[in-house]
Structures are given as structure tokens and as C-alpha cells.
Ligand binder design. Structure first.
Ligand code: NAD
Ligand code: TDX
Length: 339
């Protein structure tokens, strides 16, 4: 069987490709990725020469290219990871988020309608539910929690989810949606919280904690997310949404302190900086549906997963060294200089 993975040169998509090729020998994986600032062929280096893997550079918004690829490859599964994914960038420049996250999804859905696919899976996020208050630890996001977006990023993802649901209802497209909590693990772009803190700590540079550092995120090791998507593709019910998260809530400041302790670096590197606009307070997933219906459970504890992640960043300095010395420097200066 052929599966089409969009956004596979980014963090979760690349981990999904490694996972799938490992678990499904005999399947062919085609990766379509625009190679934005967040995508890199160096991430896919280990699979580029495999006969069961094909990389295609292209934009999911490019109708002609997408349709041509569907006709040529006839993928049975299409898994859409391609997106602009960083909340801070969506605050400074929303337009590209609407384009890639919404229009891109629309183009893929049209190609599914035209060519027919066994399954379309939309990789969404818990951010579509907005946030929860810190003083109500009893509350969690379920699949029935109303959409309540805070950033242009989350709004673009929510809009794409609604479009997917409309294609199920109107055209009978066999689609599913997963809404996962914050992922961490190897190959995550340095702009995101955990890699940013790890890299700055390794470079003995200040660690910028937004606001009071008390915002809570529900961290999941990336491979557990990949396994959840695999299960949804195999056993999930058409038209359904599945929340994915491992009940692993941490305050940002505590994650930063844990990273510093693991790397043997001093807490004096911590700098509290101006808060993110519209900063969501707490995310917390109720994964009851995917656990009960599909038998999914997270397999990696945070201590282990974070340890492996730190090891990966220590062992792969050239991967992130190339990134942080390039145009990323300008981004960093713009986002954090004088903050
Ligand atoms: P990422 O930014 O690391 O990677 C995104 C990839 O998509 C990059 O390789 C980029 O080049 C590609 N891309 C962007 N626009 C494209 C376009 N128009 N056409 C083709 N390719 C394009 O993102 P990530 O963290 O791996 O997230 C992947 C997906 O998972 C996203 O849809 C995101 O919303 C979702 N998600 C992420 C998290 C998380 O914690 N990172 C959690 C839940 C859901
Ligand atoms: O420098 C920083 N300092 C800081 O305090 C950065 C980059 C982040 N933060 C805080 C903001 C958040 O409370 O850390 C938390 C995590 O930030 P991000 O890594 O930017 O993730 P978040 O905004 O929670 O969104 C992530 O999870 C859901 C992904 O980036 C999304 O793609 C996904 O949908």
C-alpha cells in the first residue's frame, strides 16, 4: 500500500515516516513537503535513498501538483501533517497560516474527492479548544468541548477541522481527525519550547520564560502520537475526532528547571520575559475515547522521553547548529531581542 504523508520533513511528520517504515515493511511512503523554514531534507536523510520512500518538494496549496501526485501515486492513506505550526509566528504574520493550514487542507480534500482515497487523516491540535483555567484541575478537553480558538494558528486549524467534517458529511470522504497535546522528541524545530530551552542551556544563553511561567502544557512523546494516528487509521471510526494526550501536565517553569537540572546548568539562566499575546493558560486532554475505543495508551513516561530527547539534541548538534546559525538568528532577534 502507498501512503502519502504531507509535511513529512517537519518534526512530527518525519517521526511518523520513520515509525511507519519501521512498522509496515512492504508499504511505500510518499512525502510531500514544501520545505518551509521548518522542513529540512537533513531530517529525512536516513530514508531518502530507500526504494520504499519518495520525497516530493511541493506546496499542498498547489492544486495541479497535488492532483497530479494523487493520480500518479493513488495513495490509500493520506495523512496531513503539513502546516505552519508555531503560535508566535501566527501572531506576527497570520496570513500564511490561513493559506497552508486552511486552503492547503481544502486542496487535499478536493484531491481526495476527485481521486478517491481509502482514508484521509487530519492531524489537528488540542489548541482548537482554547484553554482551561489553572484553578480547575478537574476540567479536561473532550471531543465535545466547544471550539474556542485563541491564536490565528489555532483558528486556522479549527477551520480546517470543520472543512474536513463537511467533506465527510457532504461527499462521504472517509476522514478522521486527531487533536493532540504538545509533542516533544527528536527533530523538533528549535523555535519550540523544549528544544529552544535545551539549545539555549547548552549554549549558556538565557532561557526566555513567557509571563509568570505558570502556563500548563500536557506533554506527549512524539512516537506515542504516531502510534495513535496509526491506530486511528486502522481502527478509527469515519468522521470521528480523537483527542490524544497522556495526562502529563507540567507548568512551563518546572519543565525549564527539569531541563537545566538534567543538563547540569544553573537556574540563573532563567529569564522571565514579556508574555505571549493571548497566551493560553492550560491545555489538558481527556484521552478516554481513544483509550476505550482503540486501546491506545501512552508508552513513554516524561522522564524517559525527555532524557532521550536531550540525548538526541546532544548527539545531533550539526542538525540544529545549521538551523540556529542561519535565518533563524534573525527570527530569534525579532522575537526575543529586547523582550
Ligand atoms: P513543523 O512546523 O515541525 O513541520 C511542518 C512541516 O510542514 C514542515 O516540514 C513544512 O515544510 C511543511 N509545510 C508547511 N507548509 C506547507 C505547505 N503549504 N505545503 C507543504 N508542506 C508544508 O510542525 P509539527 O510540529 O511537526 O506539526 C505537524 C502537524 O501536527 C501540524 O499540523 C500541527 O498543527 C500538528 N500538531 C503539532 C503539535 C506539536 O506539539 N508540535 C501538537 C499537535 C498537533
Ligand atoms: O521561548 C518560549 N518561552 C515560553 O515560555 C517559547 C517558544 C514558549 N514558551 C511557552 C509558551 C507555551 O506556554 O511554552 C509553552 C509551549 O510553547 P510552544 O512550544 O510554542 O507550544 P504551544 O504554543 O503550546 O503549541 C504547541 O502545541 C500545540 C505546538 O507548537 C503547536 O503546533 C501544537 O498545535
Amino acid at each position: 500500500m502507498t501512503i502519502l504523508v504531507t509535511g513529512g520533513a517537519g518534526f512530527i511528520g518525519s517521526n511518523f515516516i520513520f515509525y511507519w517504515l519501521d512498522k509496515h515493511p512492504g508499504d511505500r511512503v510518499v512525502c510531500l513537503d514544501k520545505l518551509t523554514y521548518a522542513g529540512s531534507l537533513s531530517t529525512l536523510k536516513s530514508v531518502m535513498d530507500r526504494p520504499d520512500f519518495r520525497f516530493v518538494k511541493g506546496d499542498i496549496c498547489d492544486k495541479g501538483l497535488v492532483l497530479g501526485l494523487f493520480r500518479e501515486e493513488r495513495p490509500e492513506y493520506v495523512i496531513n501533517f503539513a502546516a505552519e505550526s508555531h503560535v508566535d509566528r501566527s501572531i506576527t504574520g497570520p496570513e500564511v497560516f490561513l493559506q497552508s493550514n486552511y486552503i492547503g487542507t481544502a486542496v487535499l480534500l478536493e484531491a481526495c474527492r476527485e481521486c478517491g482515497v481509502g482514508r484521509y487523516h487530519q492531524v489537528s491540535t488540542d489548541e482548537v479548544y482554547g484553554d482551561l483555567p489553572l484553578d480547575r484541575p478537574d476540567l479536561f478537553f473532550t471531543e465535545d468541548t466547544p471550539l474556542h480558538t485563541s491564536s490565528p494558528y489555532s483558528a486556522s486549524k479549527a477551520a480546517a477541522d470543520l472543512l474536513v467534517q463537511s467533506y465527510v458529511r457532504t461527499y462521504g470522504i472517509s476522514a478522521t481527525i486527531s487533536r493532540c497535546s504538545n509533542n516533544y522528541g527528536p527533530c523538533q524545530f528549535p523555535e519550540k519550547f523544549i528544544p529552544l530551552m535545551v539549545i539555549n542551556a547548552l549554549n549558556d544563553e538565557p532561557l526566555p520564560v513567557y509571563g509568570d511561567g505558570l502556563n500548563v502544557r500536557d506533554w506527549l512523546f512524539v512516537e506515542d502520537h504516531c502510534r495513535a494516528i496509526e491506530l486511528i487509521l486502522q481502527k478509527g471510526r469515519i468522521g470521528e475526532i480523537y483527542n490524544v494526550g497522556g495526562h502529563n501536565e507540567w507548568r512551563n517553569i518546572d519543565v525549564v528547571k527539569l531541563i537545566l537540572a538534567k543538563l547540569g546548568k544553573p537556574e540563573s539562566l532563567i529569564r522571565y520575559v514579556e508574555d505571549r499575546k493571548g497566551h493560553d493558560r492550560r491545555y489538558a486532554i481527556d484521552p478516554g475515547k481513544i483509550c476505550d475505543e482503540l486501546g491506545w495508551l501512552p508508552e513513554t513516561g516524561f522522564e524517559d522521553g525527555l532524557g532521550w530527547t536531550l540525548r538526541w539534541y546532544l548527539d545531533n548538534r550539526p542538525w540544529w547548529g545549521d538551523i540556529v546559525s542561519g535565518e533563524y538568528r534573525e527570527y530569534y532577534e525579532m522575537m526575543y531581542g529586547g523582550r
